[in-house]
Design a protein around this ligand. Structure first.
Ligand code: SAM
Length: 246
């Protein structure tokens, strides 16, 4: 998986992503993170990339030319056969980013992220290059960099080999529309609290059943709206119903 990020602040993206799990995966060649400075492509001799919006209004707008040329430089280097590489514009106006979207995007070989700044980007270049407009939440950030980092982090952990134990990406919150069950590590007793006995039993079927029930109960209590899409047996639906009433 190759991530290409078009941004005015490449160091912010690189510093943020070249740490911990994602940084290690990049070092191992499982993925690459390539930040491109849009400013390097401006034709303005003073290095300007923004200007006032036509019709007035607050703030400045990123201009079409440097954004388009930065995009072209990246896209021309990517060999994607006949298919067009997806270009994701981070925007508060976009479709909300979800775990399901992360799984879908993790199947791509290359992804280009376009980070806006100031009041955003000239609409004409967006019309020309953007394939997906994505928001990471219903709030407005100062720029798309943090949003791109959030998306890249979530997508990277789904790339095979990135997580040490591949299973940990499967039985996880939001997979199958359920939250993850509670987890415990050593010691067995802490602050007077004991690890649930079933987890110490070594009985794998009972552990799996207990975890499934806990996932359902948690989801019912914390995020009941997720249960609408979860695949549950009648017995499990009844369990969820009881948990919601508690
Ligand atoms: N004037 C724009 C609007 O109302 O749609 C908002 C511009 S915002 C201040 C600057 C940039 O931050 C955007 O171009 C976008 O790239 C990024 N951004 C802001 N909020 C975001 C969000 N919730 N999700 C993803 N990107 C966001």
């Amino acid at each position: 998986m190759h991530f290409h990020i078009l941004t005015l602040f490449p160091e912010m993206v690189c510093d943020g992503l070249h740490t911990s799990v994602i940084g290690r995966a990049a070092d191992q060649g499982l993925l690459s993170i390539h930040a491109v400075n849009i400013r390097d492509y401006t034709e303005n001799k003073h290095g300007k990339v923004d200007d006032y919006p036509y019709g007035g209004g607050a703030g400045m707008l990123m201009q079409a030319q440097p954004v388009y040329d930065a995009y072209k430089a990246v896209a021309d280097k990517i060999d994607s056969g006949t298919s067009k590489v997806r270009v994701i514009y981070l925007s508060p106006q976009g479709k909300l980013f979800t775990q399901q979207m992360a799984s879908e995007l993790a199947k791509e070989e290359n992804l280009i992220f376009l980070c806006g700044h100031y009041e955003g980007i000239d609409e004409r270049v967006l019309e020309e290059i953007v394939t997906d407009e994505v928001s990471i939440g219903n709030y407005v950030l100062t720029g798309g960099e943090l949003a791109a980092m959030v998306m890249i982090d979530a997508i990277s952990r789904l790339v095979p080999g990135v997580l040490g134990n591949q299973d940990s990406g499967v039985a996880e919150s939001l997979e199958g529309s359920l939250l993850e069950y509670p987890q415990y590590s050593r010691p067995e007793y802490w602050h007077g609290k004991q690890v649930p006995a079933v987890l110490m039993s070594g009985h794998h079927a009972n552990i799996a059943r207990w975890r499934r029930e806990q996932s359902i109960v948690r989801t019912a209590k914390k995020r009941p709206e997720l249960l609408e899409k979860a695949q549950l047996s009648e017995e499990e639906r009844a369990l969820a119903q009881r948990a919601r009433m508690e």
